[in-house]
Each structure stands twice: as C-alpha cells, then as structure tokens.
Design a protein around this ligand. Sequence first.
Ligand code: PA5
Length: 471
Amino acid sequence: MKLEFDYSYMMAESVGREQGTSDAELASEVTRCQDIHARIKTRREQGELPFFDLPFAAAEVDEILHLADKVRQRFDDVVVLGIGGSALGTKAVMSALRPSWHNLVSPGDRNGLPRLFVLDNVDPDYVADHFELLNPERTCFLVISKSGSTVETASQFLVARDWLNANSCLNYREHFILITDPEHGLLRELAEREGIESCAIPAGVGGRFSVFTPVSLLPLACAGVDIVSLLKGAAAMAPQVCHDDLMTNPAYLNAVLQYLAYQKGARISVMMPYSNRLFGVADWFRQLWAESLGKKYALDGSVCHVGPTPINALGTTDQHSQVQLYMEGPFDKLVMFLAVGCFDQDFTMQSYPDMPALQYLEGHSMAELINAERRATATALARNQRPNLTLTLPDVSAASVGALLYWLQVQTLFAGYLFDVDPLDQPGVEEGKTLTYALMGREGFSEKRDEFEQLQAEVPRRVLSVDSVST
Ligand code: PA5
C-alpha cells in the first residue's frame, strides 16, 4: 500500500521560474530542514510533542474500544458537543470511513451502530433541529474540550442537560461522557464532582493535533470506524515522515514546497480532493494549516504577520465553480489535489443507441472519469503557470486515512518552523474567546468588557437598515 506524492507541477521546469521551484532552491533548504528536524527531535525527547507518539498507545485504545462498546449497548445516538479541534477530526474521519447514509438508515441497516452527530456550533436552530431527531432516553453526549472552558461547548452542555431533564431522564449524568484534560479545567472538575464518566486527552496535545486521542477515537469507535487500522496506518507513516532527508520525507518536502511557493506569492493554499469522502479531510486540514501558521509574532517575538490562507474545493464539483479563478485569476494560489487510486465501488458506462455524442464514454468507468478530470485540471493549471501537486491515496481505507492525517500533522508542525512561528498556539483565537466571556458577563472579565465597550464607542456606526417582507 503506497501513498504517492507527485510534485512535478510545482517545479520551475513545468510552471516556469517565476511561480515554480528550482532544484537549487530546494537544495538551499536542505540544511535548514536538518536543523528544524533536530529541534523537533529535541522537543520530542523532552516530551513536548506527544502527538507524534499517539498512534502507538495501544493500551489506551483498548480502553476506548471497551467504552465504545458500553455506549453502543446502551444508546442509539451519540452526539459530540465540541468545536474546532474537538470536532473536525471526527467529522473528517467519519465522512471518509462510514457511508454517507450512516445516519439516514434504520439501526438494522447500519448493523445496530449508533448514529453519530457532531454539533460544532451554538446556532440554536441547528441544535433544536437535532434535539427533535433524538430520543433523550437513548442519547449519549460526548462533551469534548481540551481546555474545559470553551464557551460553545459549555453552552451546549447546559442546554443538553436541560433537555434531558425536561424529558424526564432520571439521571442525566449517565448520558454524558466528558473528554478533557486529565487534571485541569471546568469539565474535569465536573467529572470529579458529579461522578460523570470521563476520558483524558493526553497532556500537551492541543485540539487540532488530537485526532488520534479519545477526542475523535471514542466517537468514531462508537460509530463503527475501525480505529485500530486508523492508528496502524498512522504508525506506519511515522518513520517515513520523521527523518531529516528532505528529498525523501514527503511531509517535510510538501511543507518546503508550500513555503517556497508562499514566498513567490502563492498566499492561498487550496486543498482539492477528488473524492467526496475526503472532503472532510480538507476541512480538517483547513483548520490545522490556518490556526497553526497564521500568526502575528515570529518565534523571537518580532511582528511578522505570516500564514498561507487555506481554502477547500471539491473535484469535480468545483471545476464548475472555482477552477476558472484558479486557472486565470491572480497568481496567488497553490493547489494540493487529493486523489484516490482505487474507489470501493465503480460503474462502467454502456453504449446508448443512436447517440454518437455519448459514444466516447462507452466502456469507461466513473472512477476513470473522475481521475481523468483531475489529471486534466492539474495539467491545465500547470500550462497556465499555476503550481499544483497531487497526493494519491491507494484507497479510502482506515489505514490510508490514518497515514494521511499523520503526514499532514507532521507537515504542519514542520511548516511552523519554516515560517518561524509557533504552530501549537492560537493567541488570535484566545482573544476572541476572552471578549466573548466579557460580553456574556463571566466573572473576572469585566475589564475586558469595558475595553470592548470603549472600542465600540470609538467606532462611528455606519449601518443601513432595509425593509424586508414579513410573511
Ligand atoms: O486547535 C485548537 O486548539 C482549537 O481549535 C480548539 O480545539 C478549539 O478552540 C476548542 O478548544 P477546546 O478543545 O479547549 O474546547
């Protein structure tokens, strides 16, 4: 089983010197890569980057499988309450590895596995719509927050608890599992004080690097995803992306190619899977890349304002939407295609009598078509001097998805050092969180509230109000 990384169309020889990367430019990064690798290695030895070792924690997996088994016996529906890194990995893997109809069919048709919903917002309509679907007696909520204090998750927890109480669930505590820091935070306190079942997110693993912890593994196992193979795939990828030879380490090489393209003006990084099942991975990666690399301060504290802007597109769907822009718009994008070598299912097209215009499709398969369209788009982009690269998975299996996620996490960490920023923090997100606490009247944040009001008062209001039709 091989994942293939094709970067032919990143190079100057195919997209021109202005947009493309030369061998000399790659060679000039070799020593820096060795230095960065050495820094990562030291940090790992000091226990600072535990996400690297997650795929090897077999004992914890047994515990997760055991707990998932208990959940499956007692409940029909599992609902994740969490946001950002506490939700996106689960959504990505679920949509890759369970059929899109998983939540739509009867329990018998999904082998008695629970439905899995991920509520990663506090839109009350969205939450209420889900409650209407669920039977409180048969619903388990997985409340997931590393910090234990994220306002969206706290709010969802309170609302879910009220909903259970209002629907006469005798002991609401039995309907919750809290997944949080092993020692700190509000959720940990709740787990201990109320005796609610809980799981620990290993210390030092941040939200967007937590897909191989109970954060995602527990909900995924509940819904029948083969988490053992997922982790095996990640573990098999580890040695291939954890060495310092730039030209044979695909995670480092991809990070360097992206970094060099950014320096030449490709400030937008598009991830475009030619597979509906992998579209969630693009969404997960969008957060990983953006939150890890988009920073105001460099590692030495100087102001830098760096970071590529990740966006998602879906092949072939977005060929009829955004590709026109990628092909002819500004030279500010780099496209990373995700391809699938072998789809699980396929269709062969038959002839249609007396329709010569359809004849060229006869005998071809749909998988062949989607891959032909991807190759055609990649080549056309290159001919228009648009750098692009393709990462091909042999199939969309638990092992290959695990391998891909591991690769992309290592790539992101490494890219952080290339951009000279801390890929593990998110001070910009924290600022918004504190202002929200202030606006919602949380104790200890009154100064922030004054600050907010002052800022508001200084801004002249420019608001238009237009009539709308009431129905
Ligand atoms: O990657 C991150 O650290 C963030 O996206 C967090 O996952 C997100 O803000 C939610 O935080 P928490 O898990 O603490 O509730």
